[in-house]
Design a protein around this ligand. Structure first.
Ligand SMILES: NC(=O)c1ccc[n+]([C@@H]2O[C@H](COP(=O)([O-])OP(=O)(O)OC[C@H]3O[C@@H](n4cnc5c(N)ncnc54)[C@H](O)[C@@H]3O)[C@@H](O)[C@H]2O)c1
Length: 355
């Protein structure tokens, strides 16, 4: 059954911040495939190579390279496009980088979010807003139970705490402005865990590091092999965001506030299990070993409770962990073979969407 309703998306005006990034590029291609009119607003692609460049994402949408920390620029950009739907995902998304540059992390993730929502206030026809935060926005009790949407916000490192703040900013804008507007705007926040997928070259993320090592036939060194993370393919949370937009648009009130999008329990496995499963799917040349060095604190257990999305939205993860890892390896091998990555990525999206 199709994940999205193509009739809904055809011709819809969608404004995405962060479209040059990993998740933003996959989302932009998905929206292009659905026939939406898309405008992206972001700084240049954060990595080289990137899905954005390899898949020629800008070809098929309007793309503006600019900074969400500049209120006037984002205000003008949004006003001139006049979107009906806004999906905000521009951010400084790396925990380790947030220790190195906390000020920029807060400026981007907190004040940047204020600027985006402020710009949204004056767009009359804008009806639905999704603010993409993270599972790390929760106060982490390091316990074995999954976090629910009504658990307290927190964050021990600057990145996590900045995203907890972005949640609070959204809640305040909802109550102070969007609910009270002449034409109310429907806003929800979405919290997903570590996503994985073809073309993620961000620093300090496990899958890119593993693939880089496999490619060079070097041993993979794992920082934190026993850490459990809620692994999911990038298409899983994106499908949740798209379903949520449709529901917010068509129905409204019951779909406001926060949503978790995480994997089933069986995909919550350790970093070590991920590395070993990938090594066995990759084939010869793949080796895994542990790194015993000292590293900054990162929460070791983080699980999401996805009951709300499953029962109220009818969303559920579609791929098993092995299928998700298989898609990544298929994508990466196609990249190494210099194949048409736009075509490969659109094909993976289509199969996921339609089957
Ligand atoms: N990748 C994950 O595992 C993951 C997990 C949970 C949440 N998220 C969230 O999803 C969103 C996208 O993450 P991603 O993995 O695609 O990150 P990414 O680094 O690949 O992309 C970030 C995007 O934000 C843009 N950006 C950064 N600073 C900006 C600024 N000042 N002005 C305008 N644009 C700016 C970048 O240019 C890029 O387009 C982020 O909000 C992130 O916090 C990601």
């Amino acid at each position: 059954m199709s994940v999205t309703d193509p009739a809904f998306w055809r011709g819809k005006r969608v404004f995405i911040t962060g479209h040059t990034g990993f998740k933003g590029s996959w989302l932009s291609l998905w929206l292009q495939q659905l026939g939406a009119q898309v405008k992206g607003f972001a700084l240049a692609a954060p990595t080289n190579p990137s899905v954005f460049d390899l898949c020629d994402v800008a070809n098929g949408m309007e793309s503006e390279i600019a900074d969400i920390r500049d209120l006037e620029v984002i205000r003008q950009s949004m006003a001139s496009f006049a979107p009906e739907i806004l999906m905000h995902m521009a951010a400084q998304p790396l925990v380790r980088h947030s220790y190195l540059d906390p000020v920029k992390t807060y400026q981007t993730n907190v004040l940047g979010t204020v600027n985006v929502l402020e710009a949204a206030r004056s767009v009359d026809n804008l009806k639905v807003i999704i603010n993409i935060t993270t599972d790390k926005c929760y106060h982490n009790n390091e316990w074995e139970w999954g976090y629910r949407e009504n658990d307290p916000m927190g964050g021990d490192d600057p990145y996590s705490s900045s995203k907890g703040c972005a949640e609070l900013v959204s809640a305040a804008y909802k109550k102070s402005f969007f609910d009270l507007a002449e034409k109310p705007k429907r806003i929800a926040t979405v919290r997903a865990g570590n996503v994985i997928g073809g073309g993620d070259w961000a620093e300090d993320r496990l899958i890119p590091d593993i693939l880089k090592s496999f490619e060079k036939a070097e041993s993979v060194k794992l920082r934190n092999p026993h850490a459990i993370r809620p692994w999911q393919h990038v298409l899983e949370p994106l499908s949740g965001y798209l379903m949520l937009v449709e529901r917010l648009w068509n129905v409204g009130d019951d779909y406001l506030s926060a949503w978790n999008f995480g994997p089933h329990q069986e995909s919550m496995v350790t970093v070590g299990v991920i590395a070993e499963s990938m090594a066995s799917q990759w084939g010869s040349g793949a080796k895994v070993e542990l790194d015993a060095g000292n590293h900054p604190h990162e929460a070791s257990i983080l699980k999401l409770d996805i009951s709300r999305a499953m029962s109220q939205l009818g969303w559920a993860p579609k791929l098993s962990l092995q299928q998700a890892l298989g898609l990544i390896i298929e994508w990466h091998k196609a990249y190494i073979e210099n194949r048409d990555m736009r075509e490969i990525t659109l094909k993976q999206i289509k199969v996921f969407n339609d089957e």
